[in-house]
Ligand binder design. Structure first.
Ligand code: FEO
Length: 396
């Protein structure tokens, strides 16, 4: 492998997963990477490992730089298996290495891989490990992405290794932000944020503010997925602030729906026409045509989300039920939600969606819009007017 050098003595030793398309149901169209880093000084440290299927590649990359016996420290920033499932093998090879994780990380490692990880030493925010000229320090970052997560910062090199935060599921031959297409990079960064980190937006804002208050210089951000931000590390930090706080929202409405015998589709189109008639951008996203991964990415930059479902067996259409489960788990903040649908006899879909949305704490616009059987011209006019009202409220 051509050596990938972040800074003098700091190397990328991760792997590129070109073919992954399903990351726990997040559709990763452009693959991913699992980034691990080797830091060589008087002491040698390995930061994170990779998914077990790629362990041999990690071993080969490390072996080109050093022997495993010479690794003094293994830092586990995060226990999720895409980063830790090679650890049982790596820990055996690096038999002289001390392993460090947060207290929760230690607990999780033991539960995942057994009591041999009782030997893990715990670190907390502010703790330091000297490698010689380089010093590692840690910042706990619970829920970014799991309770165990932490960031590692190399003080003298000003390199932040925040694991999942600021990553992207993007396989590429380039390892740095200046080596890839910027539009694709930011598209994958917002998709990653929306599908992985969105529920923790308030924690991300706090963590960024905490780092800013610490006044630590950052030359480079080296996450555990995708490219390393070296040209403009603040680009992704600022983007996260915009996504987390709603600053990136546009006056845009998305209509997410499915349809059984076209009635809900006709409603969606009429509502969309009403919104567009007021000069407001609207997108119609039919489930089964657009996947949930892309829909939640659209939600990050939209102010209003309308969800439509036909009633099937007194409840939501199955695809809409799945979407509601996914999106209420991700808890997008600061959006306005509206619900509509059609039914044949007793209804139930709209009732079910509103219930789930309210339970998730969403701001629901009422009344919802429901109609029986096939919409008449008059009912389609009502749908159009519903769209007009939403657009006018958004313009105000
Ligand atoms: Fe990339 Fe939360 O693991």
């Amino acid at each position: 492998m051509v050596k990938v050098i972040l800074k003098d003595g700091i190397y990328w030793v991760g792997v590129v997963d070109w073919n992954i398309r399903d990351f726990h149901d997040y559709v990763t169209y452009r693959g991913s990477s699992y980034n691990a880093y080797l830091i060589q000084d008087e002491k040698t440290a390995l930061v994170d490992t990779v998914k077990a299927a790629f362990c041999n590649e990690l071993i080969a990359h490390v072996s080109e730089l050093t022997s495993f016996e010479k690794i003094d420290y293994i830092i586990v920033n995060h226990v999720e298996m895409d980063h830790s499932s090679s650890l049982p093998i790596i820990a055996k090879l690096a038999k002289n290495a001390k392993i460090f994780a947060t207290a929760r990380g230690k607990e999780e490692l033991i539960k995942h891989y057994g009591t041999e990880f009782e030997r893990v030493e715990t670190v907390k925010s502010g703790d330091k490990i000297s490698l010689g000229k380089k010093t590692l320090t840690f910042l706990e970052a619970p829920m970014l992405h799991w309770p165990d997560s932490m960031f590692t910062y190399i003080i003298e090199d000003k390199v932040l290794m925040p694991n999942d935060a600021f990553g992207q599921h993007l396989a590429s031959s380039g390892r740095f932000d200046d080596e890839v297409d910027q539009e694709i990079l930011m598209e994958e960064a917002i998709t990653y944020y929306s599908n992985i980190l969105m529920p923790f937006a308030p924690l991300i804002v706090k963590k960024i503010q905490e780092v800013v208050a610490m006044n630590i210089p950052i030359d480079m951000i080296a996450p555990s997925h995708g490219i390393i931000w070296r040209k403009d590390p603040m680009k992704i930090v600022n983007a996260y602030m915009d996504w987390c706080t709603g600053k990136a929202e546009q006056k845009k409405v998305i209509i997410v729906f499915d349809t059984m015998w076209e009635s809900t589709n006709k409603m969606a189109r009429a509502i969309g026409d009403g919104i567009a008639s007021q000069g407001i951008e609207v997108k119609l996203l039919k489930l089964r045509a657009t996947g949930e991964t892309d829909i939640v990415t659209e939600i990050t930059t939209s102010k209003v989300v309308l969800v439509g479902s036909p009633t099937l067996n007194n409840g939501m259409f199955p695809t809409v039920g799945m979407f509601m489960t996914y999106v209420t788990g991700l808890k997008p903040k600061g959006k306005q939600w509206g619900f509509f649908g059609s039914y044949g006899w007793g209804g139930g879909a709209v009732r079910g969606m509103v219930k789930l949305a309210k339970e998730a704490g969403f701001e629901v616009m009422e009344p919802s819009l429901e109609l029986k059987w096939v919409p008449t011209e008059e009912e389609l006019k009502k749908c159009f007017d519903y769209g007009v009202q939403i657009a006018q409220k958004l313009k105000a």
